[in-house]
Design a protein around this ligand. Structure first.
Ligand SMILES: *[C@@H]1O[C@H](CO)[C@@H](O)[C@H](O)[C@H]1NC(C)=O
Ligand SMILES: *[C@@H]1O[C@H](CO)[C@@H](O)[C@H](O)[C@H]1NC(C)=O
Ligand SMILES: *[C@@H]1O[C@H](CO)[C@@H](O)[C@H](O)[C@H]1NC(C)=O
Length: 258
């Protein structure tokens, strides 16, 4: 998986406007100068990043965590709220996962949980080193970005190359805006595998626009498990999507599994 992004997640337009106004006062927490991170593939960014995150969470005023240019190794990170004031994470760097998939204890690399008023941007790249571990088009369960149980997330101007869904949208996703995303290789953009578990929350208000998919197995799809548990996916818009060398452009599959 490799993700190049400009802006990945923000929680709402209105808050963004406030953020812009408050930015002038925000002090940048530079992981290199303040938390001892090094752009060195033998040194894990995980602890300095978590230390910076902890300080940002405790701050009563808006903060920006900065990962400056350079190539870093990140073994795993779970960045968890709540926090008191808006946080921005500015990543200008190239961040690599361990090349050996066995280094992962869980099937996820960088996670954001319970965040609100959060923006993640900076033009950097997350490189899962999938090509070292797998033939990229075949890498199993390597969704580029997975979103679930979240409202008002925007993904803007982001490039995703992976072996599974570029973006997968799980239960409880509401009012998502996905635009300017370039996907491929990968499995496309999916409302993904609903109905597997009891008590899933509805997916509603999904807008995917101005996206380009190239060399992907699917374009846009909605997939659910057959006859398991009831679920709802509504108010879903896919518009202005350009596809090249995509095997199955639009797929609504109500018997995805088992
Ligand atoms: C469409 O997406 C591209 C990125 O693929 C971006 O550069 C461009 O500004 C977007 N256009 C609009 C109208 O948002
Ligand atoms: C189409 O995409 C597949 C990967 O999904 C790739 O193997 C193939 O070479 C591509 N073909 C062209 C003509 O780009
Ligand atoms: C699509 O696949 C072909 C053949 O493998 C490759 O030459 C081309 O660069 C790919 N396009 C993108 C945008 O990845």
């Amino acid at each position: 998986m490799a993700i190049n992004f400009n802006v990945v997640c923000t929680m709402s337009i209105i808050l963004n406007l406030f953020l812009a106004a408050m930015e002038a006062q925000a002090g940048a927490l530079d992981v290199v100068t303040k938390f001892g991170a090094k752009a060195d593939l033998n040194i894990d960014l995980s602890k300095p990043l978590l230390d910076a995150w902890k300080e940002a969470c405790a701050s009563p005023t808006p903060t920006t965590i900065l990962i400056p240019e350079g190539t870093y190794l990140l073994s795993q990170a779970t960045l968890e709220g709540p926090f008191k004031a808006p946080i921005k994470l500015k990543v200008q760097s190239n961040i690599k996962a361990p090349a050996d998939p066995k280094a992962f204890k869980e099937p996820k690399w960088v996670s954001f949980l319970h965040v609100e008023n959060f923006k993640f941007f900076g033009g950097g790249a997350f490189d899962g080193q999938g090509t070292a571990a797998y033939k990229r088009e075949d890498s199993p369960n390597t969704d580029g970005i997975h979103i679930g149980r979240s409202k008002g997330v925007k993904i803007i101007n982001t490039n995703i190359k992976t072996g599974d869904d570029c973006i997968s949208i799980g239960d409880g996703s509401k009012n998502l805006d996905i635009t300017g995303v370039t996907c491929g290789p990968g499995h496309g953009i999916s409302i993904s595998s609903l109905g597997k578990f009891a008590n899933e929350e509805p997916v509603e208000g999904i807008k995917v626009s101005n996206c380009t998919l190239t060399n992907t197995s699917n374009g846009v799809r909605i997939k659910t498990w057959a006859g398991q548990f009831p679920g709802i996916a509504s108010d879903i818009h896919f518009e202005d999507i350009t596809m090249a060398n995509v095997s199955c452009l639009i797929l609504i599959d109500q018997k995805y599994c088992p």
